[in-house]
Structure formats: C-alpha cells, structure tokens
Design a protein around this ligand. Structure first.
Ligand code: ARG
Length: 581
C-alpha cells in the first residue's frame, strides 16, 4: 500500500519489524495492527509459519531474536499462537512528543514524491439550485484538497460546473423574455429554481418558444457573438451565487477553480477522432460509441459509452473523456479524484475504462471515483423542504448558524462562569457551519446519513461542537491559569492517562495516512474524537496546574499538543476552532 506520510511511530516500528521478518522469510509482511493487549500487534508470523510449514510461535520467537527494537519498545511478548505484542517505551514516546511539540506540522512530514493531483468536486449546474447533495461533494472534496496540499502535493481544484448543453437554448430564451436585468437579479440572488422552472414551463407550453430555444442551441454551438454574450451572463450570475454559498461554507474554491464542461468544447472532436483512429469507436444505433469490456446492461448485452450522438452532438461522457486526457496530458496529473455521488458510479467506471483503452491513463496514472451516499430526512427519504422540494443549501447553512446561536445562548444561561462576548456571533457561525460539515464528514462517505439538527449540534459525542469545545477548553487552561505554553520538552509519562494521551497524539500522522489511503475523512474524525476523549480522561485524572514545576510543564506540553492536534485536524476538515466558546 502506498504511504502518504513516512515518519511516524507506526512506521518506526514497522521498519524494524520488516528487517527482522526478512531474516526469517524475505518479503513477508509484519501485518502491524492496533491491539487491546499491547500498543500494537504484529500478526505476520502466522502467515510466514503457514508458508514454511512450521509452528507460528516458533517462527515468532525466531523473528523476535533478530528484532533490534530496544530503543523503541520495552516489552515484546509472543503469544501462544504467534502474535507478537509490542509496547512502546515511555522514553521513546516522550522523545517523539518533544519533537512533535517543537514542530509546527506536529510530526506530519512532507511527501517524498509530490504529485499533481486533480480533485474534481462541487460542480453545480448553471441556473440550477445548489441543494444539499452539493454539500457532500463540496465538503468532502475540500477536506481531501486540504490534506493533500498539506503533504506537499500539487493539488488542482477543479470545479466541473454544468455550463453547457441543450438546456442553454431555453435558458437564454427565457433570459431574453424576462429581460436581462431582471433575469440577472433573479439568478445572482439565488432564485435559480424558479428561473429554471419558468424556462422549462415556457418550453413545454409554447411551441414557438421551444422552436426559438432549439435555434438558440445551434447559435450557441456555432459561436454566435450575441448568443455567447447572453450565455456568459447566465454563467456569471450563477457563479456569483455559487460564490456566496462557498463563502458561507468556508471552502477553498474560487472562480479560478472553475473549469466547466464548456472548457472542453474545442477538444471533443479530437477526442472522438483519436478514439476513431485507435479503432475503438463503433456506430451503434446511429450513435458513435465505445464498448469497454466488462460492462453489460440488465439483459447481459454490452453497454455502450456514447461519445457522439446521432445528430452529431456531444454529451456528458465525452466531455469527461476530454477532461481526463487534458488533465493527464496537459496538466501532468498523476492522480484524479472525482468526488461525485454514487448514482454516477457506472459513468465514471466506463469513462476510466475507455480512457485506459485509449492510452490516456498509462504509467501508473490513477483515477478514483470518490463516491458518496445521500443525505436523508427523518423519514429516511431524500432530505426535502417543508414544501417537498429539495433543500436549498444556503438556507440550510443560515439555519445552522441560527441554531448554533440558540445552543450557545442556552449554554451561557446554564453556566454562570460563561460570559457572552462581542465574538458570540462569530463563534455561532463557526459552530453552526462546523456542525453541518462535521456531521457530513464523520459518517463513512459511502453510506447515506440522516440529517439531524439536534445530534449534529450536541456538545457531547462525536460532533463538531464537542471537538471545538474540547479545543477551547484546553486553551482556557492557559488563559485562566495565566501560564505560558512551555518550551518543548520530553514530558514525564508516569500516569497511565498521560501515556494513553501521548500515544493518541503521536498517532496523528498515521491517522492522516489512513484517512487518505481510502479518501475517507470519517477516519480523521474518529481519530480526533479519540484524542478529545483521551484528553478528557487525562484531565479528569491528572491535575495540570500543580506546584511541582517539572510535572506542571510536562502536563502543559501535553495540553498544548492536544489543542494543536485538534485545531490542525479540524482545519484539515475545513472547520474553524475558536479559542473560546
Ligand atoms: N454537474 C454534474 C452533476 O451535477 C457533476 C459533475 C461531476 N464531475 C464530472 N467530471 N463529471 O451531476
């Protein structure tokens, strides 16, 4: 498996184990796993014993004999069935923590092999509402972008907005009919649904309007100046509205990241030509198609990917083929992530297969559909507004801030030591938006989840507000105690709660690596929740502001690293961490 980060407490151990395993059986995998009996467990001896036809415990003993590990572990125990149980020495943990405390990056190194990584995410459609489905792609994509960029990859955010195709004929005609100014106002203020629906209604009810719309599509495709001007206006007003949503959501996307479907227009003919020249395209029911092997419909017949329709027009699929070719050839992408909902799984699998057949993804270039499930309402159906329509993302975000505000006021009323401040509105914004993002990111992306205000805004459990609160509480220790953050030192880990917290903190780079290995932000969420829980146990059991200076400094270092792990970890998720709450 490819490692995203290299220098961490797991890798340290793994390298030593690999060497010892190689002595007994070259090329074998130590299979290092977390364990309930020790800090970690190497299970690889069992497979080695099997392939050598020997006793597992015997093999494990032989491996341990050549294991040079005294500076990392102070306990190595072999169980009867050949598991090797490993326990870090406290000195080793303390030393690594001292290094972590003095490192702005908290022990997360830069990748040794930076790559151009394209992340294709958000991608709303022009003149259509951004609904809650766009929340997922935007928030998950943004988190992946932040993590990959932190490791030093050359990340290209690409917002593949739907800004081209036959609906634009009717949309432009509708814009003309309602007057450019009024239309622009409606679009930029986010009344996209009504604009689209009215255009659709005219198209369906008025044959003349429909005919004008069809002619308009032809004009658009042939590059008519006036038509292009109107089209640009439509796109610009919609983008202005998308920006409002991105700003509110606090994601990195800007106008510079927009590389919509229209961008690939000029490349489509040559993509089809190349497929033709390579003998991959065939005419099927009048349309030009590629049949990638292994894809069949319900009847078991081969499934075509249509690259050119019978009327000569191009569609969604060939646009994605052009995008792949462009990203690899012209941008030098080594890796392409498509953060798009599960219904498009087959589309992407077919596009990737055809791109591979055409030779556009050779030499280890990888494309991955980072798929995700739906957001459901309490009735376990697609989340809907009271009127039954899709929920507007921008309204959802405003409601989140309002509810966070109410939750904070409630806490203030219940806790006499907490004082309201001028920063409360800003805190409510961070908590509200953070809660929505965290609820989305903390469930395994492939699953559907139920949108539940009370749960996501709770100050207990695996929630955004809980982690933000844990961070703010640690900061308040320094504030209230009027103590500065001590210089980095190797903390004394005498108490088991100190040691457990230390190990949790040192796991940060490993958690990031595991998160990126499957592009699953929920793994990072689970890790941060563990850190917050380990901190709580530590804080309940170990007094920090004691008189003994050495103990105090040592515990303050643990506090400081904990707060910084939470803060940096939340920032990877695109969530802000206020210093007080
Ligand atoms: N605009 C599309 C939609 O709303 C999503 C585009 C995803 N990206 C892509 N390269 N196809 O369904």
């Amino acid at each position: 498996m490819r490692r995203w980060t290299m220098d961490d407490v797991r890798t340290d151990l793994e390298r030593r184990l690999e060497r010892a395993f190689a002595v007994v059986h070259p090329g074998s995998d130590p299979v290092l796993r977390p364990s309930g009996r020790a800090d970690l467990q190497a299970n690889g001896a069992i497979a080695v014993a099997k392939s050598l036809g020997r006793d597992p415990a015997d093999v494990a003993r032989e491996i341990v004999e050549s294991l040079d590990i005294a500076d990392i572990c102070d306990e190595v125990e072999i169980s009867g069935n050949g598991f090797i149980n490993l326990t870090y020495s406290s000195e080793y943990l303390a030393e690594r923590l001292a290094a972590m405390a003095g490192d702005e990056r908290l022990g997360i190194g830069f990748t040794t092999a930076p790559e151009v990584v394209v992340v294709d995410y958000s991608a709303p459609n022009v003149a259509k509402e951004m609904h809650v489905g766009h929340l997922r792609t935007t928030v998950i994509g943004d988190a992946l972008v932040r993590m990959l960029a932190f490791l030093g990859h050359d990340v290209r955010r690409e917002n593949h907005i739907g800004d081209w195709g036959t609906p634009f004929g009717m949309l432009i005609e509708h814009l003309i009919e309602m007057g450019e100014e009024a239309g622009a106002h409606e679009l930029s203020t986010g009344d996209l649904t009504s604009f689209y629906q009215q255009a659709r209604a005219s198209f369906d009810a008025d044959p003349e309007f429909a005919e004008r719309s069809r002619r308009r599509v032809v004009l658009l495709q042939s590059g008519d100046e006036e038509t292009l001007r109107l089209w640009r206006a439509l796109v610009a007003e919609s983008v202005r509205y998308f920006d409002v949503v991105y700003e509110k959501l606090g994601v990195l996307l800007t106008d510079d990241d927009i590389v919509g479907e229209s961008y690939y227009n000029d490349m489509l003919a040559s993509v089809v030509e190349e497929l033709d020249a390579k003998g991959l395209a065939v005419v099927h029911e009048g349309a030009k198609c590629v049949f990638p092997p292994g894809f069949t419909n319900r009847e078991g017949d081969p499934l075509p990917l249509i690259v050119q329709k019978s009327d000569g027009g191009y569609g969604y699929a060939v646009t994605d083929l052009a995008a792949i070719r462009h990203r690899v050839r012209d941008l030098g992408a080594r890796r392409m992530l498509y953060v798009v909902g599960a219904p498009q799984t087959q589309h992407f699998q077919m596009c990737f297969a055809v791109a591979a057949m055409a030779g556009w993804m050779t030499g280890g270039v990888e494309a991955e559909h980072v798929s995700f499930g739906s957001v459901l309402g309490a009735d376990r159906r697609m989340l809907a507004s009271r009127s039954g329509g899709a929920v507007k993302l921008v309204e959802l975000l405003d409601e989140a801030i309002e509810r966070a505000n109410a939750a904070i006021e409630e806490r203030r009323a219940a806790d006499p030591t907490s004082v309201s401040s001028a920063a409360d509105a800003e805190i409510a914004r961070m908590v509200g938006i953070g809660a929505v993002k965290y609820a989305d990111l903390s469930t395994d992306r492939v699953r559907d989840y139920v949108f539940d205000w009370d749960r996501m805004l709770a100050f207990e459990g695996n929630t955004g507000p809980y982690l933000q609160y844990a961070h703010a509480r640690i900061r308040s220790i320094f504030r209230r105690g009027e103590v500065p953050v001590p210089a980095p030192l190797a903390p004394h880990l005498g108490d088991p709660h100190e040691r457990a917290l230390a190990l949790a903190l040192l796991w940060f780079p490993v958690a990031l690596d595991e998160t990126l290995a499957s592009y699953s932000p929920h793994k990072l969420c689970g890790y941060l929740f563990e850190v917050a829980s380990a901190f709580t146990s530590f804080y309940e059991n170990c007094r920090v502001l004691v008189d003994d200076e050495r103990v105090r400094a040592s515990r303050l270092v643990l506090c400081d690293i904990s707060a910084r792990v939470l803060r940096l970890g939340l920032s990877f998720l695109g969530i802000e961490a206020p210093d007080r709450m």
